[in-house]
Design a protein around this ligand. Structure first.
Ligand SMILES: [Zn+2]
Length: 602
């Protein structure tokens, strides 16, 4: 008996050990096979459920434990959301989200962090902007967004003359061309050719303002034969000192006798253009942008190039393009490539910029008597284009800075609406910048359904010189976000990158809410009554952009049915101190449910 018990005990022991050994030695491969089988079973179950009409709401991803600002009509908050096939299928709380969790759902713990809808930049110059990544014309700003000083400019010029950087090809003396010049915050703010002469007496030098004006040294003026007697070029103005001598500064277009002497850069290669676009938009995504509106009158060929980049998956951000009128006519109707690439708008210009005094004013400049700025298109021409484009489904978006330019565009839009019998809300014409309005024109925006596409940082950059250009009365009607919002005008916000601002949407939100620069000056804000609330600023940076591109049904907020574009940020935008809003850095950017940028390590 004892032997039998012992034998049985031994058998059990051996058997047990064998089982133990087997589980211990299960290989990684076996484990993977097991997981694969489980997964396959789950897929079969899910598909069966789908076939039977159940389980169609199983999410790809469910996000829980977040502070989600949906930016829906009521500006409601949520703590969980579910995404399937690139769209939101649920927005609410954890209990509700459970219903969307299936075996294949990836549940993502937001750990209390904040989620806002994907941000729009409603006005960027992408193809110029990206060239700052691989500059061919050196920039005289130390960094994007930092102002140049005379000293800084002189240092860069000295360096370029020594190294050959920025020197154009051609016979001696070779031309040096630089970009990014802004003299408005210099002390004193005036440009004079002698400031360049001091470091470049022998080479001609031409420095470009963002896009609206330039400056040259004495050598450049001498070679071009520009003297006190040279008349203004068409669409430009040669600034002269009180003795009638040219100062070296040109408003808007410089004289052709100067520009034709400058050897052009060789054209960029296809590779360079595509690389700049892809890299630049990836940086935009990392700053929390999910849609950008290109404001550079993109031509037909460039539209085709961009479609190809989308086709091969190299472009991930959404773009709404403001193309040239010719491109729109060649396309014949608006374009939508996979809800990623939209060509819905046409860019036009009514004037120049305020800093360079190119903005068109109804009354003379307060700091340049007898001068009114530059008109770049007549009201008749704008009205004709707006009408023509409206008929084929494009909305015109016109660059307007001065009160006279804004009036010209508003009149033109009004005529186009009348001529076609269109409701303004359907046409959605836009004023790009919309900086200075005449009091009589302000209510017309609301009446005609015109969108104000504005750049909050323009106010906090222009505050150094705007009042001297406009005087104490007109300044009250400049950068008037509050007034426009109170009238029910839709504002879409952006940066006008790269002139002169980086396309960081949190800089935009900060300026919109505080009316202060990133040093938080002036302490009380510049004309603080015109500030937006945080809710309004976020709405303008999301729904505002979606609206002006006719995409408010699919973009701009976190609502069921919309494309899943959102940004996760580590702090609560609605409650952190206002002065810190510009410091917010996204942890994750998601476009159409796809994570396109992440900084999260946990
Ligand atoms: Zn612009």
């Amino acid at each position: 008996m004892k032997r039998i018990v012992l034998a049985a005990g031994l058998v059990i022991l051996v058997f047990g050990l064998a089982i133990l050994a087997q589980t211990q030695t299960e290989s990684v491969e076996q484990k993977l096979i097991k997981l694969e089988n489980e997964r396959a079973e789950a897929v079969v179950k899910r598909d069966a459920a789908v076939v039977m009409g159940r389980g169609t709401l199983e999410a790809d991803r469910v996000y829980v434990n977040g502070t989600i600002y949906t930016v829906d009509k009521a500006f409601s908050k949520a703590s969980a959301m579910a995404v399937k096939d690139g769209r939101f299928i649920f927005v609410g709380d954890e209990a509700g989200a459970k219903a969307y969790m299936g075996p294949l759902t990836l549940v993502f713990d937001l750990k209390g962090h904040t989620v806002i809808p994907g941000l729009h930049d409603a006005h960027v110059h992408i193809q110029y902007g990206e060239t700052t990544l691989h500059p061919r014309t050196p920039d005289i700003r130390a960094n994007l967004g930092e102002w140049a000083s005379v000293k800084r400019m002189q240092e860069v010029i000295k360096r370029c003359l020594a190294t050959g950087e920025g020197m154009r090809p051609g016979p001696e003396p070779r031309w040096l061309v630089l970009s990014g010049w802004m003299s408005d915050v210099w002390d004193p703010p005036a440009f004079r050719k002698e400031l360049i002469d001091a470091v470049a007496p022998d080479n001609p030098v031409h420095i470009l303002r963002s896009s609206h004006g330039s400056g040259a040294n004495s050598k450049a003026l001498e070679l071009a034969g520009i003297t006190r007697d040279t008349p203004d070029p068409p669409g430009g103005h040669i600034l002269k000192d009180k003795n009638g001598e040219p100062t070296g500064e040109f408003v808007e277009h410089p004289p052709a006798q100067l520009t034709r002497l400058i050897p052009p850069l060789p054209p960029m290669t296809d590779f360079e253009i595509s690389r700049n676009l892809v890299e630049g938009t990836q940086l935009a995504v990392a700053s929390g942008l999910t849609t950008i509106h290109g404001a550079s009158m993109t031509d037909y060929e460039e539209v085709q190039r961009r479609i190809k980049l989308y086709e091969v998956g190299l472009l991930r951000i959404r773009i709404n393009e403001m193309v040239s009128k010719d491109a729109a006519k060649k396309l014949g109707k608006p374009l939508n490539f996979n809800n990623k690439y939209f060509v819905r708008s046409v860019k036009a210009f009514a004037d120049g910029a305020l800093g360079s005094r190119g903005a068109l004013l109804l009354k003379e400049y307060s700091d340049l008597p007898g001068y009114f700025g530059e008109a770049t298109q007549s009201e008749d021409a704008l009205a004709r284009s707006a009408t023509e484009l409206l008929k084929i489904g494009f909305n015109m978006r016109t660059h307007c800075i001065g009160d006279a330019a804004n009036r010209v565009a508003i009149n033109a839009y009004e005529r186009a609406l009348k001529a076609t019998g269109t409701d303004g809300k359907k046409a959605r014409f836009a004023l790009e910048h919309c900086q200075v309005l005449s009091p009589e024109d302000i209510p017309r925006l609301a009446k005609l359904g015109i969108v104000a596409s504005m750049q909050p940082q323009h106010a906090t950059e222009d505050m150094h010189f705007a009042e001297s250009r406009l005087g104490p009365e007109r300044i009250k009607y400049a950068y008037i976000w509050r007034t426009l919002l109170d009238l029910g005008v839709v504002i879409a916000t952006g940066t006008d990158y790269p002139s002169p601002t980086p396309y960081n949407p949190f800089y935009t939100l900060h300026a919109a809410v505080t009316r202060r620069d990133r040093d938080n000056n002036p302490p009380g804000g510049w004309f603080p009554k015109q500030a937006m609330t945080r809710e309004e600023a976020l709405r303008a940076a999301t729904m505002g952009g979606a609206y002006v591109m006719f995409a408010e049904d699919i973009l701009g907020s976190i609502e069921v049915g919309k494309l899943a574009d959102f940004v996760v940020i580590p702090v609560d935008y609605m409650t952190i101190p206002a002065e810190d809003i510009w410091k917010i850095e996204p942890e994750m950017t998601v476009i159409g449910g796809e994570i396109v940028y992440t900084r999260r390590t946990s």
